[in-house]
Design a protein around this ligand. Structure first.
Ligand SMILES: Nc1ncnc2c1ncn2[C@@H]1O[C@H](COP(=O)(O)OP(=O)(O)OP(=O)(O)O)[C@@H](O)[C@H]1O
Length: 857
């Protein structure tokens, strides 16, 4: 018997397990042998049976195993597939979950962003509110500021105006005072100079030069008494003669000290007086030194011009000056222009001429315009270089000509427009040495003779001027002729008499001093001089006082100017501030406008929505109610009630050209099925209040019908004439048709076609009516109709309008107009003399409502 063993079943089953245990038991049990022995035969049969049954069972089991195997394989396959699909699904799930994750992340981000937006929107709204508040506050502030500013501005401008006026007056006053003061000052100054003497003589003595000192020359001038203006000339140790001059300058006096007393002449020249400063004396006594000086110690010429420019600068706000300089010399009675270059010299002979104003001048003489001291110095140096210099025995470098500088001054007073023209002559005369001493001959003798002659002529002129002689011999020499304008009249003359301290030059010194003494003595007597010192002091004080006053006034003016300037600046600042505030207001206003527009749009859209919903609701209700049709009268009354409740009763309802009513409803407030919500109109209405006065005209011109199904009939294109009240315009007061005749009998006509109505509905004028009567009646009717329409035309719903069309009582007792409910038929009923009815009756009258095709009551 084959022993079933070694069967291995992978999947455990209870059944299998039991059999296996049995098999195992039979194989391994120790009792097996005993069983075999004891009942072999018996057992053999049983065993065979058992074997058979076991085999069968085994077969069955095998089959089952096979089936199970197949099933198992199938299941495995399914399992594998399931695993695979599970994996796929897992992957998919993973992908999906990842996607979901990313989506969640994105959503989270969006949510965050949304919340951020919300918060920012909230912030913005809050900011907007704050801004609005700010704007209101700023507007208020601005308005108060503006008011304040305007008040301030008015106040300030009035203050400025008054101040300005005051300033102008003060300025004018000061100007007048200044002019007066300047004039006074000039006069006083002139007087001072007059008192000092028109011709003043200063004496200057040069120091002994090295040669003289070396030779042991003794001093012939005693300067002990020079302090009192007296000069003592000694000879051989004893006093020989005493001279008195306006000023005496010892050899130690420097150029500045010499010029100190000369400076007032510069002021006189700028004041418009002619002046002449000349140096007279023996050769080598220092005439050129005094007048021209050296580069280190400048002389009178340079210093005078310097003083001129200083005063010009001082007076620049009051007077404008022009200065020009000419440099010339008179040599051997001939005039030479020293500012002309060497090659041009002598080309043209210069002569002295008198112009139309009686002034003497040399035509063709170069006039160098100078604006500053550099230019002056340039001109002076040019002249000095060109000067003819001769050499004599007395002085190696003595000049043999009269060197003349002419300074021409033109002045224009900017305050009073006064113009002045004056001349200053600065003359370095040629040496006045004696011919015998210098032992000159020939050309030099001629030069000396000419020089002496001209100097003598100068003396004569001065003498004649002093004695106020009728004839002054100016023309005796070129020198005096040239100085004619500056030696006579109001001109000031200053003479420097230059002397030598050397005892050897005593005779020349005495000669010069005598000449100077004669000049001075003739001009100014001692008595006059005394007056001079007293008066001078007095006038000096006056001048000082005037100067101080002027300074004070100037200071006051400057202060006032500063105040005005400060006010100007303040005003400008206010202007700027105001402008910025205005800009801010404008900006806020525009912002507000935008916001308002948005709000309005929002409200409009809300209203439109509401209207649409209501309209839909209404339509639904109507459709529901349609099958159960109410009797017309009750419907009409219902509609009437409805309309009267919904529409304001006092709004006139105009007719259109087609005699169809255009519905006029307050678009935003009334709930009406046919309400036309015209946003643009509403906007216009809001922005333009005038529109309110006109009735709102609906866009849809459909006619309302009594038929409950069809509420509106489309407007007929042709104008309807079945009414007596055609209104052509949309104005609140409709215009009446021109000719209307009084109706005499009731005519009831059914009108099939609107176009064919005209001739039928209008009453024929009767033969009994005179044209006048007709006219009067027509007028009356017109006015009554108009009045009635104005009173009775009320703002109704389309249904109400239709009802109105049925019959119109125009307020006259016997005039009734009936119009078919569909607007096609009308019947005119009445007709008699039109007369006014009492107001109560009029009020009682109502629009008559007719049936579809019947005439009204
Ligand atoms: N006050 C003074 N102090 C110093 N030096 C002087 C003074 N006066 C004249 N001199 C000197 O004396 C010399 C002669 O002077 P200057 O040439 O001016 O005389 P002048 O009178 O002009 O002679 P001329 O008639 O020949 O022209 C010069 O060298 C000058 O420097």
């Amino acid at each position: 018997m084959p022993i079933v063993c070694g069967i291995s079943i992978r999947k455990h089953s209870s059944k299998c397990t039991g059999e296996c245990e049995v098999l195992e038991f039979s194989k391994n049990s120790p009792q097996r042998n005993s069983l075999e022995v004891s009942g072999d035969i018996k057992a053999d049969g049983e065993l065979q049976l058992a074997n058979v049954s076991h085999e069968k069972e085994l077969e069955e089991v095998k089959r089952q195993v096979e089936e199970l195997k197949r099933e198992n394989e199938l299941k495995c396959k399914e399992c594998a597939e399931a695993c695979k699909s599970l994996k796929d699904l897992q992957n998919e799930l993973m992908r999906k979950s990842m996607h979901v994750g990313s989506l969640a992340f994105a959503i989270e981000g969006q949510v965050k962003e949304k919340s951020k937006w919300f918060s920012s929107l909230r912030d913005l709204t809050r900011n907007l509110k704050i801004l609005k508040m700010d704007q209101i506050k700023v507007s208020e502030e601005a308005s108060t500021y503006k008011q304040q500013f305007l008040a301030d501005f008015a106040d300030m401008s009035s203050t400025i105006q008054s101040k300005l006026k005051e300033q102008v007056e003060l300025h004018e006053d000061l100007k007048i005072k200044f002019i007066k003061g300047a004039k006074e000052q000039k006069e006083l100054y002139n007087k001072v100079l007059d008192l000092k003497g028109n011709i003043r003589v200063f004496c200057r003595c040069r120091p002994l030069n090295a040669e003289e000192t070396a030779s042991g020359a003794s001093m012939t001038i005693d300067f002990e008494a020079a302090k009192d203006g007296e000069l003592n000339v000694k000879s051989n140790g004893t006093s020989k003669k005493t001279f008195k001059f306006d000023a005496i300058f010892s050899p130690q006096a420097n150029q500045a000290e010499v010029f100190e007393d000369t400076a007032p002449l510069a002021t006189s020249v700028l004041d418009g007086y002619n002046a002449c400063i000349f140096a007279y004396g023996q050769t080598g006594t220092g005439k050129t030194f005094t007048m021209e000086g050296t580069e280190e110690s400048r002389g009178v010429n340079y210093r005078t011009l310097e003083e001129l420019f200083r005063i010009i600068e001082e007076r620049k706000n009051a007077v404008r000056y022009e200065i020009s300089v000419s440099v010339l010399e008179v040599y051997n009675e001939q005039i030479r222009d020293l500012l002309v270059s060497g090659s041009q010299q002598g080309v043209k002979r210069l002569e002295i001429k008198q112009d139309g104003e009686g002034m003497h001048h040399v035509p063709g003489l170069v006039e160098a315009h100078v604006n500053n001291m550099n230019e002056v110095w340039e001109a002076l140096r040019t002249g000095s270089n060109a000067r003819a210099v001769g050499s004599t025995n007395a002085n190696e470098h003595s000049s043999r000509s009269h060197c003349i500088h002419c300074v021409m001054v033109k002045g224009e007073n900017l305050l009073n427009g006064e113009c002045t023209r004056s001349k200053l002559w600065l003359i370095d005369l040629a040496g006045s040495e004696r011919i015998a001493k210098t032992e000159v001959q020939g050309e030099r003798l001629k030069e000396t003779q000419n020089i002496n002659r001209s100097l003598s002529a100068l003396g004569d002129v001065i003498s004649s001027l002093a004695t106020k002689s009728a004839h002054i011999p100016f023309r005796n020499s070129k020198l005096t002729h040239l100085l004619q304008d500056s030696l006579g009249g109001d001109s000031k003359t200053l003479m420097f008499v230059q002397i030598s301290p050397n005892e050897n030059d005593l005779s020349e010194t005495l000669c010069s001093l005598n000449f100077a003494s004669r000049v001075r003595g003739i001009e100014l007597g001692p008595a006059k001089k005394q007056v001079d010192s007293m008066e001078l002091l007095k006038y000096k004080q006056m001048v000082e006082k005037g100067k101080q006053d002027m300074k004070n006034k100037d200071f006051q003016m400057k202060k006032m100017e500063d105040t005005v300037h400060g006010l100007d600046i303040k005003l400008k600042e206010k202007d700027m501030k105001n402008k910025s505030l205005q800009d801010k207001i404008k900006e806020l206003e525009s912002q507000l406008l935008v916001e308002r527009k948005l709000a309005r749009q929002h409200v409009d859209s809300k209203i439109a929505e509401q209207f649409q919903q209501q309209h839909m609701r209404q339509q639904n209700e109507e459709e529901d109610a349609a099958p159960t049709r109410l009797p017309l009268a009750s419907k009409i009354s219902a509609l009437k009630t409805c309309d009267e409740n919904k529409f304001p009763l006092n709004i006139p309802r105009p007719l259109t050209e087609n005699n169809s009513y255009k519905l006029s409803v307050p678009s935003a407030t009334v709930d009406c099925p046919l309400k036309h919500n015209d946003l643009t109109e509403k906007e216009n209405k809001e922005n333009n209040p005038d529109i309110d006065e006109q009735p709102v005209v609906l866009k849809r011109l459909g006619r309302a019908s009594m038929c409950p199904i069809a509420h509106r009939i489309l407007p007929t294109p042709a104008p309807r004439r079945n009414s007596l009240i055609p209104i052509r315009t949309l104005s609140a007061v409709p215009k009446l048709p021109p000719p209307l005749f009084p109706l005499r009998s009731i005519q009831s006509e059914e009108m099939e076609d609107a176009d064919g109505v005209d001739s039928k509905c209008l009453p024929e004028p009767t033969s009994q009516d005179s044209p006048k009567e007709l006219k009067t009646a027509s007028k009356k009717l017109n006015s009554v109709l108009r009045r009635s329409l104005q009173k009775k035309m009320q703002f109704k719903s389309p249904m109400q309008q239709n009802i109105r069309r049925v019959g119109v009582n125009v307020g006259m007792e016997k005039v009734r107009i009936s119009i078919g409910s569909r607007g096609r038929m009308a019947q005119r009923v009445m007709l008699g003399n039109a007369r006014r009815v009492p107001k109560e009756n009029q009020l009682k009258q109502r629009w008559n409502i007719g049936t579809a095709n019947k005439a009204a009551l």
